[in-house]
Design a protein. Structure first.
Length: 276
C-alpha cells in the first residue's frame, strides 16, 4: 500500500490508516458451515491484543522463534501478524522442540508438548470459543486474549532485515516477505477493488501469499481469502475460489461473481459476525 512499508506489520498499519471499516477477511469452515467476517479495524484489534499477549504475558522478544501449529484459519492470520508486530519469527508447522514457544490448534497438542517454552492452545471453535477445559500445560488463547490492550507498541523496533517467517524450508526477512508479496500481487493481476479467494493451506509460501500477504500491497480485500477445506465446497476448484465482483482466483484468472461481503467494523474479539 505504502512504498515505505517494509514488514507485514507495516502493511497492516497502512491498511488501517487508509480505510479501517472496509472488509478484510472472510473465513469459511466448510466442515461446520461457519463464516466469520472481519473488517480492517477488527482484524487489527485482534492483532494488537495478540501481540500484547505475545510480548507481555509470554515474554517473547525479537528473534525468538514461535512454532505455529495451526491450519489455514483467520486466527492463524492474526498470529502471523502478531509475530510480525513483535519481531518474533513465525515458523509455520515448525519443530516445537526447537522453538522458544508454540501456538497449537486442538489437533496438534501432543506434538506441541515438545516445546519447553510457553505453550498456547487455540480451540478454533465457532465464535472464537474457548476449550471446555484448557489442555494441561497450555494457556487457552480465548481466555487470555480478551483482556489484552487494544493498542500495541513494541518494546524494541522490528528490523525489516531480520528473519520474520519460516515456511516450507525458506526463511524470509520482513522486507523480503513484503517484496515477494508485491511481486505475487502483480503476477496475480490484483488491482484495488479485486477480491482474492483461496483454499490453499498455510504450510507453503503460495498458501500464505494468496491467503494473506499478496492482496495487501494492492489494497485488495482478501475478504474471502481463508477457507478450511479446499475440496468440499461444491462447484469450486481445489486450491482456488472466486467471490465478489471483480474477483481473482488464486491462480490469477478472473473468477465468477458471488454475493457481496458486508464489513464488520470496530468489533472487539469475540464480537465478530458469524454466519452459518
Amino acid at each position: 500500500m505504502n512504498p515505505s512499508d517494509r514488514t507485514a506489520a507495516d502493511l497492516l498499519r497502512s491498511a488501517l490508516a487508509a480505510d479501517p471499516a472496509r472488509p478484510l477477511v472472510t473465513f469459511y469452515d466448510d466442515a461446520t458451515g461457519e463464516r466469520v467476517e472481519l473488517s480492517v479495524a477488527t482484524f487489527a484489534n485482534w492483532v494488537a491484543k495478540t501481540a500484547n499477549l505475545l510480548q507481555g504475558d509470554l515474554a517473547a522478544e525479537p528473534g525468538d522463534r514461535l512454532a505455529l501449529l495451526l491450519p489455514a484459519h483467520w486466527q492463524s492470520a492474526v498470529w502471523l501478524l502478531a509475530c510480525a508486530s513483535v519481531g518474533v519469527v513465525a515458523d509455520v508447522q515448525g519443530d516445537p522442540a526447537a522453538a522458544d514457544l508454540v501456538v497449537s490448534g486442538p489437533d496438534t497438542l501432543e506434538r506441541a508438548r515438545a516445546c519447553r517454552g510457553e505453550r498456547v492452545a487455540l480451540a478454533l471453535r465457532p465464535l472464537g470459543g474457548r476449550f471446555p477445559q484448557a489442555p494441561e500445560g497450555f494457556a487457552d488463547y480465548a481466555v487470555e486474549v480478551p483482556s489484552q490492550g487494544d493498542r500495541f507498541a513494541p518494546f524494541a523496533p522490528v528490523a525489516p532485515d531480520a528473519p520474520a517467517l519460516a515456511v516450507g524450508g525458506d526463511v524470509l526477512t520482513g522486507a523480503g516477505l513484503v517484496a515477494r508479496a508485491r511481486a505475487d500481487a502483480k503476477a496475480l493481476g490484483l488491482v484495488p477493488g479485486s477480491r482474492l479467494l483461496t483454499g490453499h493451506t498455510y504450510d507453503t509460501w503460495e498458501g500464505l501469499s494468496t491467503g494473506l500477504f499478496a492482496p495487501w500491497p494492492r489494497a485488495v480485500p482478501w475478504s474471502s481469502a481463508v477457507t478450511s477445506d479446499s475440496s468440499t465446497r461444491k462447484g469450486w476448484p481445489s486450491g482456488s475460489r472466486a467471490s465478489g465482483s471483480p474477483t481473482r482466483r488464486s491462480d490469477g484468472r478472473t473468477g465468477t461473481q458471488g454475493p457481496p461481503v458486508r464489513p464488520t467494523a470496530g468489533r472487539a474479539p469475540g464480537d465478530e459476525r458469524h454466519r452459518g
